[in-house]
Design a protein around this ligand. Sequence first.
Ligand code: ZN
Length: 160
Amino acid sequence: MKIAPDTVVSFHYRLRNSAGEEIETSHDGEAMAYLHGHRGIIEGLERALSGREAGESFSVEVAPREAYGERRDDALQRIPMKQVLTKGKLKPGMAIHVRTEHGPRQVMVVKAGRFVVDVDTNHPLAGQTLTFDVEVREVRAATAEELAHKHVHGPGGHHH
Ligand code: ZN
């Protein structure tokens, strides 16, 4: 079965950043599973998977605009310390969680003061060209329930 909209795809991957360093891998755990055609994974990777079959391996380079976007200079924000959810002393470069009107969100500390903290809300991988080494493990038709929920159930997906 070829990967097409409304198929459930399981795959293993290694992710490398612009510098060629491996920053993530699924090989130490279970394969990643997603519902194809519903923006469950980054755009450039989903497009590269389209039409593949179980057993195929490939590498794909994904530009920032099809991954986590370009870095934005207006992504620097000053946040009251009381909105910081991460406990302990804050240091520049640290990833912390803050409460926002859209729910908890991960940001990076630029400078921490006594009552406020300056953070960078860019995604850590914004501005990076990413390389994925992918092995497609399984392709199957989604169940009616998965299509209604817009996500995968079972291994590598949601459990509820
Ligand atoms: Zn569900």
